[in-house]
Design a protein around this ligand. Structure first.
Ligand code: FES
Length: 258
């Protein structure tokens, strides 16, 4: 697929936000899905060779646009940050299994670092029919982004940073009080954060727990087997391998072998 970059700006020296116009993509995008994006604008340029996986951060159905929040960590994302407005960029269709949405529930959304990216689209969608509390954590102030949008689309929002530069000092999962009051917890972020979220809910059968995993991906479509994770098979109760990109990236967090 191709789309036109309508905006691309640095939020700070660590993160960028790109907005792309593609009504066809937007029509088919669901919270939790991702895309593989080509960071070079020309087909004859192959370095870096692989497309980058990025979670869909937000969509605007009326305008036919979607946005991507990216952390500048290497050559690909650096190139992405240099792409100017009106450039035509190439990317896949929406990929992967989306989050299961609910209605009339009390929800906790827990996100850490760039793992907050798919949680914005999710939070906005859930907020239409649920009560939603957002717990947002980062290592430092630079990791805390788009808070005005999260505030608008949630009943409560709490922030933490490891160094205490914004919000409460500590881990995001430490912010969650009364975990039993929630019907469902959604989480995305670094593995230790997801594991800590799992510890909060693992013994409470009434709470559903869905996570989006941020594995390294090469192909994004289930072909290379480069993104294997382990889950417990519901029927056989044995451990089995699944591909994060094809069977995920959203999984029942209580089935994952942490
Ligand atoms: Fe290739 Fe998942 S990234 S199988």
């Amino acid at each position: 697929m191709k789309g036109v970059v309508v905006d691309n700006r640095l939020l700070n020296d660590k993160y960028g936000l790109m907005c792309i116009e593609s009504p066809e993509f937007v029509k088919n995008a669901n919270p939790g899905q991702f895309l593989m994006i080509k960071t070079q604008l020309h087909n004859y340029l192959y370095d870096p060779l692989l497309r980058r996986p990025l979670g869909i951060c937000d969509v605007n159905l009326k305008r036919g646009t979607f946005s991507l929040l990216y952390m500048i960590v290497g050559k690909g994302t650096k190139l992405l940050s240099n792409i100017a407005k009106e450039a035509v960029i190439s990317f896949s269709e929406p990929l992967g299994t989306p989050f299961n949405l609910t209605a009339d529930k009390k929800i906790a959304v827990i996100g850490g670092g760039v793992g907050i990216a798919p949680m914005l689209f999710l939070t906005k969608t859930l907020y239409e029919n649920n009560s939603v509390d957002v717990y947002y954590g980062g290592a430092e102030e630079k990791d805390i982004l788009l808070t005005h949008v999260f505030e608008k689309y949630s009943n409560n929002m709490k922030i933490s940073t490891n160094d205490g530069s914004v919000g409460k000092k500590g881990f995001v999962t430490d912010l969650v009080e009364n975990i039993d009051s929630y019907d469902k917890v959604y989480a995305c972020g670094p593995k230790p954060m997801l594991k800590a979220a799992f510890e909060l809910v693992k013994d409470i059968d009434e709470i559903d727990f869905e996570v989006s995993l941020e594995e390294r991906m090469a192909c994004g479509v289930g072909a290379c087997l480069g993104c294997i994770i382990y889950i417990i098979d519901e029927k056989t109760e044995k451990i089995k391998q699944v591909r994060c990109c094809a069977e995920g990236p959203v999984f029942d967090g209580k089935q994952i072998v942490w």
